[in-house]
Design a protein around this ligand. Sequence first.
Ligand code: FAD
Length: 379
Amino acid sequence: MSNKTKILILGAGFGGLELSSLLSRALADRVEITLIDKNEGFIFGFSKFDLMLGQSSRPEVTFFYREITTHSVEFRQETVLSIDPLRRHVITDAGSYETDVLVVALGAEYNIHATPGFAEGGHEFYSVPGAIALNDVLKNFESGKLVIGIVGQPFKCPPAPCEAAILLDEWYEKRGLSKDVEISVVSQWGVPIPPSPDGTKAILDKFEERNLKFVTDRVITSLDPTRKVAICSDGEEIPYDLFLGVPVHRVPTVVEEAGLSENGWIPVDDRNLATKFPDVYAVGDVTSAPVPKSGVFAESAARAVADHLIAEITGEGDPEPFDGKGSCYVEFGGEMVGRMDADFFPGSTPTAPFAGPSVSVAREKKEFAAVRRSRWIDG
Ligand SMILES: Cc1cc2nc3c(=O)[nH]c(=O)nc-3n(C[C@H](O)[C@H](O)[C@H](O)COP(=O)(O)OP(=O)(O)OC[C@H]3O[C@@H](n4cnc5c(N)ncnc54)[C@H](O)[C@@H]3O)c2cc1C
């Protein structure tokens, strides 16, 4: 019998990959890490812009899990069908697992059907298939009102709808169609990025320069595809010719059925991301941790869980609590990128000072992606 601690990580996204690589580096011979994901590879959220605009193919933006060489990490491409958090027992489409430590990092899914009319009359770029399918739609859309509507909260990567508007306008500009396609972002918020006044100003300045609209304080509740209008909670109607929605987000069904979520998301201890079940942790978008749903916060949560587990398993060290920090890159077009250094330390007022946009931050973003590839995949 092995005396190694068995750690089962469900979901090989930002959170799961970061956690597996940290534990592997710190505890290599003391743990057996199994990492499960239903997909064949990881794709950054921001790569969905490239897919939507036809600038890269799916294989070009995929980190294939079969290439993982991280020590003590075994990847299995399986779909999780049920989780028993009390017994730390997991059933997948290929087998079942008992584990010492269970980490749920299954991310957030989209519920298109929560918004009547969306499935029939809208498109989206938040999922990989949605972004790929959108490319043909965009190529055939040459004039009219293009509305990017945020239909639910919370949603992943708060700057993403505005980034999409800027990149789409640039894409149409290259085709000589920028004047014919009127792009607007419809938001439930009063500004693009509430905790970042400087980031908000930079985005709104870019919107003004490009003649894009940011429509505030609107809650879109349904679409009427026949009349091509988005209907708001107060009855106001927003006409569109092409509707790109940021869908309502939810936990994967398997998480809800496990009794792990409450009020929509998995509640966790703000310091170490422990759930109410012993030796069961949750990181990233699947939780109700008081941070935005972004990869960089899934990463900082993974760091906190790793520190905590390393201290528990080695009996040494004083683990750092979850710092709620993450630097988010924001696309501004023209190969320029800005950066928000967000600090959502639990219990304090969030701040997000802004740097850029510049080509040097754009280079930094490329480096960010390359470093993840080598850390997560090449070990
Ligand atoms: C357009 C767009 C742009 C974005 N840009 C950025 C950005 O610039 N910076 C940033 O930090 N974040 C960005 N994000 C957000 C980022 O992608 C997510 O917040 C991040 O991926 C969350 O990490 P996670 O580990 O919680 O979940 P995920 O990365 O979503 O990983 C969850 C994993 O669980 C797997 N899974 C789910 N259910 C099952 C199941 N039943 N069985 C097996 N596996 C399952 C999924 O396949 C997935 O791989 C962007 C998102 C979008 C949509």
